[in-house]
Ligand binder design. Structure first.
Ligand code: SF4
Length: 218
């Protein structure tokens, strides 16, 4: 494992010159407005766990035609909510979680999504990844959320050596220079999804292969 600041900075510098930030892309999250306000951001991210983007879009677009506040979400019948979000994985559990979360936000936080990580983590169905995404993208507090793509990439680069996304998030949030922190998640996830594939990484196309101990090319 390396936490060499020079190596980390070099990797971020190259990735920042390679990838656009999300708001400048035609990513389906952007084009479908899945995070166009804090309500949508939180609900979309909660629905996105263990689910592909296209399935999140299939669930969220009709959902946001029906509801735009936590009060409206709470009023929606469980059966109807379950039916709408059926495209996403674990829709039964997510139906219950969304209802409890909406109730918590209304009763404990006066209808406002809490803007600190501790309170976010107290919401039903909100884990560290969702909390970090909310802190970074909604509350403007640079925070790197680690998903499966970023976890794989960080391990291959030798920056972490763990199967725990939570431990990897602690490490990468600690060692990332502040100037790269705001957009680090966006660059890392794009590289993980587009180049450093799980089964067959495209090492021959990789812009940071010189910094990778896992690379499959000479
Ligand atoms: S060299 Fe290969 S394994 Fe390493 S980061 Fe690049 S694509 Fe991934």
């Amino acid at each position: 494992m390396t936490t060499n600041p020079e190596k980390i900075s070099k990797i971020y510098l190259i990735l920042s010159q390679t990838y656009e930030i999300f708001e400048n892309t035609d990513d389906p999250w952007m084009t479908n407005g899945l995070s166009s306000n804090p309500f949508k951001s939180l609900v979309s991210v909660c629905l996105s766990t263990m689910t592909t983007t296209s399935r999140v879009v299939k669930a969220c677009v009709p959902l946001y035609e029906k509801v735009s506040t936590f009060e409206e979400l709470l009023k929606l019948e469980d059966e109807e909510l379950r039916e709408i979000i059926k495209p996403v994985a674990h829709y039964n559990r997510k139906t219950k979680n969304l209802k409890v979360m909406a109730h918590q936000i209304i009763t404990k936080f006066n209808g406002e999504i809490p803007s600190n990580k501790k309170d976010l983590l107290s919401l039903q169905g909100v884990g560290p990844k969702v909390a970090d995404i909310m802190m970074n993208f909604v509350f403007d507090t640079p925070s790197i959320a680690v998903d499966t793509h970023i976890l794989r990439l960080l391990n291959r680069l030798g920056i972490v050596k763990t199967s725990s996304a939570e431990i990897a998030a602690e490490t990468i949030n600690t060692i990332t220079p502040i100037e790269f922190k705001k957009h680090a998640h966006e660059w890392l996830i794009q590289h993980g999804m587009k180049v450093c594939h799980a089964r067959k990484p495209k090492c021959e196309e990789c812009v940071i292969c010189n910094y990778c101990s896992y690379k499959t090319i000479g």
